[in-house]
Design a protein around this ligand. Structure first.
Ligand SMILES: O=C[C@H](O)COP(=O)(O)O
Length: 253
């Protein structure tokens, strides 16, 4: 089965309104409404989602969120934003289970699965992140760690969530370090993840998009994308400027 490539930017807690405006102007000038071979998505800080989505209207670039409330229904959840609210702001995707949220905000597998379900219930595509630490890789625990993370999603999420989800493999040691996984390491892990998914659902394993994230740059993107099971990238730092984001996207053919 052929799968579309997706280049997704995760801006994390970076940029301001002026930088959003500069980015969308540059993207609009470069694309002029014409799509690339790869699908494009940018996830700015939550407060800029609607600004970015409105400004990119007519451009082949989707806008997503970096987090979502676990709760679906409105209520007394101070500081939280649910999926319906994100959809109201024109978000189409949401990142869940990023290693920064797992490590800094205590989001364990169960809450990641709940958030993925909450996203899908609101019509948003969940991008579920998994990844191992350097210590785990050096201890040859990579596959065990990833199996536990993806199995938690496969066993806990609703079928409709699984059918809509995207999975991002982000080795924690490669995030923001300038040390990307090698193309061989990325392909090996993606093939492993696809096999894990196939153990439960062979059809889903063929259709699910598997993104790689961790120090993806214009100069290493093409080699990473050559992996048969690498369906695009979740890009942090290099997604903050239109030039580098689009250069990475052009490497996906
Ligand atoms: O979500 C994106 C990742 O954490 C990768 O970030 P990075 O490209 O800055 O290494």
């Amino acid at each position: 089965m052929s799968r579309n490539m997706l280049i997704a930017g995760n801006w994390k807690m970076n940029a301001d309104a002026a930088q959003v405006d500069v980015f969308v102007k540059a993207v609009g000038d470069a694309l002029d409404g014409a799509g690339l071979a790869a699908d494009l998505l940018v996830c700015p800080p939550m407060v800029y989602i609607e600004r970015m989505a409105r400004a990119l209207s007519g451009q082949p670039v989707a806008v997503g969120a970096q987090n979502i409330a676990a709760e679906v229904e409105p209520g007394a959840f101070t500081g939280e934003v649910n999926g319906a609210m994100l959809a109201d702001c024109r978000a189409s995707h949401v990142i869940v289970g990023h290693s920064e949220r797992r490590a800094l905000y205590g989001e364990a597998d169960a809450i990641v699965a709940t958030k993925a379900d909450a996203a899908a219930a609101a019509g948003l595509v969940p991008i579920v992140c998994v990844g191992e630490t350097l210590e785990q890789r050096e201890a040859e625990q990579t596959e065990a760690v990833l199996a536990a993370q993806i199995d938690a999603i496969l066993s806990q999420c609703r079928a409709a969530t699984l059918e809509s989800m995207i999975v991002a493999y982000e080795p924690i040691w490669a995030i923001g370090t300038g040390r990307s996984a090698t193309p061989e390491q990325a392909q090996d892990v993606h093939a492993f993840l696809r096999a894990q998914i196939a153990n439960r659902n062979a059809t889903l394993a063929q259709s699910v998009q598997l993104l790689y994230g961790g120090s993806v740059k214009p100069d290493n993107a093409a080699a990473l994308f050559a992996g048969a099971d690498v369906d695009g990238a979740l890009v942090g730092g290099a997604s903050l400027t239109a030039d580098s984001f689009l250069d990475i996207a052009r490497a996906a053919v």
